[in-house]
Ligand binder design. Sequence first.
Ligand SMILES: NC(=O)c1ccc[n+]([C@@H]2O[C@H](COP(=O)([O-])OP(=O)(O)OC[C@H]3O[C@@H](n4cnc5c(N)ncnc54)[C@H](OP(=O)(O)O)[C@@H]3O)[C@@H](O)[C@H]2O)c1
Length: 345
Amino acid sequence: WLICIIIFGASGIGLALCERLLSEDTGGLQLCLACRNMCRAQAARSALLTSHPTARVALLQMDTSSISSVLSAAQEVRLRYNRLDYLYLNAGIMPNPQFDVQAFFKGLFSSKIITMFATGEGILTQKDSVTPDGLQEVFATNLFGHFLLVRELEPVLCQAGQTSQLIWTSSSNAHRSAFDLEDIQHQRGSQPYSSSKYASDLLSLALNTHYNKQGLYSSVICPGFVMTNLTYGILPSFPAFLWTLLMPVFWLIRMFTNTFTLMPYNGAEALFWLFKQKPESLDPQAKYHSLTSGLGHTYTQPRKMDIDLETSQALYEKLLQLESEVRKKHKASQHYRERQSQWEH
Ligand SMILES: NC(=O)c1ccc[n+]([C@@H]2O[C@H](COP(=O)([O-])OP(=O)(O)OC[C@H]3O[C@@H](n4cnc5c(N)ncnc54)[C@H](OP(=O)(O)O)[C@@H]3O)[C@@H](O)[C@H]2O)c1
């Protein structure tokens, strides 16, 4: 059996990946869907089992923005499985996105027009919040929860004599300019999404540096621009039929930029492609892009990331330091809760 955990909800690119993996499965795959909302997870599982009745699909409750949820999910995984072959780190949020109309029209008449459409650079800002653990929500959800999970799952991911793969869903919206090593949670800026995705690119490189010797490999992908709940959230007041009316425009844009993958199936291309690769053959400095040509042909292409070893190592050390602080705080609050319940009884 190959054991594969995918973090997602009940839709989007994660669900499309499950469909694709099960479509090519010849009976050797065990999927585990890690989701924060179990009702949606059940719905996703039922949908997958309808099209693949003999598939092995388990569920796991996990909210990547919550330290205690990640720790208990990791404990559950260690109990259920003695090794993991694939871990897809796919959960992502872009809360309260604001579309900068001024920047859009400026970009429309500049040489950056294609980049703007392909990456959303400069036209998207978000309003972040703070989690009950005291972390910035976008950072916690998109990056830190995943990092903590990887650290917790070391015993099942790093097994002698075999390789395992971490696969991050990053974005072409990951820009160095949005990231600051002195503010890794992006408390001071207005592009927490871009910062968290750039941080995942850096972290993937650092994980390769530290874990390849133990058989654990990390890669990042970009799904392209895909119509999912995340993208619909960019213009929440836009009725669904307007998005449908816009589709021909998007198909036209695809003639100029193959990053307009549009359908979750196409967006999952690089995630699916990586599943079939030998991890030792992958380039740790490349981002694997899902691309779709103007004629609808879908393929994967590696592109060098704008990252360097020094910054990646510096981020890794900061994350380790934060991890140790967070664990201490978590232990203290657990101890406090236990004492309180003893008094109550
Ligand atoms: N769509 C695009 O154009 C695009 C482009 C570049 C990168 N991406 C990345 O692709 C990934 C998948 O996004 P998508 O487009 O498929 O959108 P989506 O359908 O909204 O998927 C995001 C998934 O993350 C899950 N999630 C969010 N917060 C979570 C948390 N705290 N704990 C556990 N799961 C959580 C969501 O679960 P719920 O169902 O419970 O909300 C949802 O299923 C994300 O990392 C996103 O940043 C998307």
